[in-house]
Write a protein that binds this ligand. Structure first.
Ligand SMILES: *Cc1c(COP(=O)(O)O)cnc(C)c1O
Length: 432
């Protein structure tokens, strides 16, 4: 006899779920912060100290010329959009399926985001849909390597080169990921990394902008790193006169955050190896179990960063078990699985209404080239399909294979009991 489902009073398949705590904090992390505190090294005006060391470490790792540490990834994105020279009337192609910060700062430079559909299996921006949305006003493309899976860079670069568009890479999920052996973050005109506390390199709060272009670096420096740093770094005739004032913001990173980010960054390769050892193993073992499909990994991915682990729901083999019931059954077995909560941006109120309440974006006043885009559900259908079909499991970094084996048993057990589940918990009838 098959062991009974935990949801129906049987023994759970998982004896003790593995905890996921992020980031790991070592004595070295603590010592680095305490040292700065004792020295009152709590603010930098120039390019110096822990901020300089963090920037050097990142740019050496990626082989890029400039790195600029910031107070957040969002600040780095704003600086990248400003840095490449976007302004009123410019359109920026951007994924609808991403974290909001990839897109929202486009409004702050008074440009217009044009949302692009996702690949239904990876969730990354779909190059074919991207191409369809290029107009004569398109000036830039921003992409996100979602969950640490690199985007289809050859297809995307073919388009940005052909149409002479600036390319900005949001690498906030993908520190150290590689596309065909080349680091993400080295394809764009500028790339940004969030260092927020949940990210693979965690500063608590922080971000980085990287670029090979002197002009982008100087503009980003003037936007948020005034005076002393600008005097050090802004060299061109065109921008040098403005070093004394900058362009109005303070986006400098906190030294304590920089210290933490730098010691975390020193362990990045170790973290990625740990995630790979666990999650590639989990994917291999989940393969073939009805109801669940491991995250898709394209052949061009030579290193996945596994920001989260997102398998897909495949209900056709589950005898009518709904996603909600499937989750309940798995959670009763002890699997810490959840429905992924990300909503494609085009379904958010801001992209659905005429008046967004902000009075700052200008579109309603008619002083820019066109109305802010409004979308309806179904307009970018494959992003919705992906968002509705994905689960999330923690990206375990410490070795946990024995617990993963129990999770696999739980998935198998629930699949084997699918018919019983749908009989015992019939879905409410739909329709009139
Ligand atoms: C976290 C994140 C950001 C924003 O970073 P903050 O440092 O929180 O401002 C931007 N883009 C993506 C894809 C992110 O996951």
């Amino acid at each position: 006899m098959k062991p009974a489902l935990a949801l129906l009073g049987g023994q759970p398949a998982v004896s003790q779920p593995a905890a996921y705590v992020w980031p790991p904090i070592t004595d070295e992390d603590v010592a680095g912060i305490v040292r700065l505190l004792r020295a009152r090294e709590l603010s930098y005006y120039g390019r110096e100290g822990e901020v300089e060391r963090l920037e050097d470490a990142f740019k050496d790792y990626l082989g890029l010329r400039h790195a600029l540490a910031m107070s957040s990834g969002t600040a780095a994105l704003h600086s990248a959009f400003f840095g490449v020279g976007l302004g009123p009337g410019d359109e920026v192609l951007a994924p609808t399926f991403t974290f909001l910060s990839t897109v929202m700062p486009i409004f702050v430079v008074n440009a217009m985001p044009v949302l692009v559909d996702a690949e239904p299996d990876t969730g990354n921006i779909d190059p074919q849909d991207l191409e369809r949305r290029i107009t004569e006003r398109t000036k830039a493309v921003v992409i996100t390597h979602m969950q640490g899976h690199p985007c289809d860079m050859e297809a995307i670069q073919a388009l940005t080169r052909k149409h002479r568009l600036a390319l900005i890479e949001d690498c906030s999920h993908a520190h150290g990921a590689r596309y065909k052996d080349r680091f993400v973050g080295t394809f764009g005109d500028a790339s940004i990394f969030s260092l927020q506390g949940s990210k693979i390199v965690a500063a608590g709060q922080g971000g980085l902008l990287l670029t090979n272009h002197q002009e982008i670096y100087e503009r980003a420096t003037l936007l948020g790193h005034f005076k002393v740093r600008s005097a050090q770094e802004v060299r061109s005739e065109r921008y040098r006169p403005f070093a004394g004032t900058g362009y109005g913001l303070n986006y400098r990173m906190h030294p304590l955050a920089a210290a933490l980010a730098r010691s975390q960054f020193g362990r990045l390769d170790e973290y990625l190896q740990g995630r790979h050892d666990n999650l590639s193993y989990l994917s291999a073992r989940l393969k073939g179990i009805p109801g669940i499909e491991p995250p898709i990994v394209r052949e061009y991915v030579t290193r996945h960063a596994w920001f989260t682990y997102r398998p897909l729901f495949r209900p056709s083999a589950l005898e009518g078990v709904s996603m909600e019931l499937y989750l309940r059954a798995l959670r009763a077995e002890g699997v810490p699985i959840e429905k992924a909560s990300s909503t494609p941006l085009h379904l958010e109120p801001l992209f659905q209404v005429d008046d967004d309440g902000s009075r700052t974006y200008g579109w309603e006043r008619g002083d820019l080239t066109g109305p802010r885009r409004r979308y309806k559900p179904g307009d970018l259908p494959r992003s919705e399909q992906y968002a509705n079909a994905t689960f999330v499991l923690p990206p375990y970094t410490e070795p946990v294979r024995p617990v993963l084996d129990q999770y696999v048993e739980a998935f198998r057990k629930v699949a084997e009991h699918a018919a019983e589940l749908s009989t015992r918990f019939p879905s409410p009838p739909t329709g009139p």
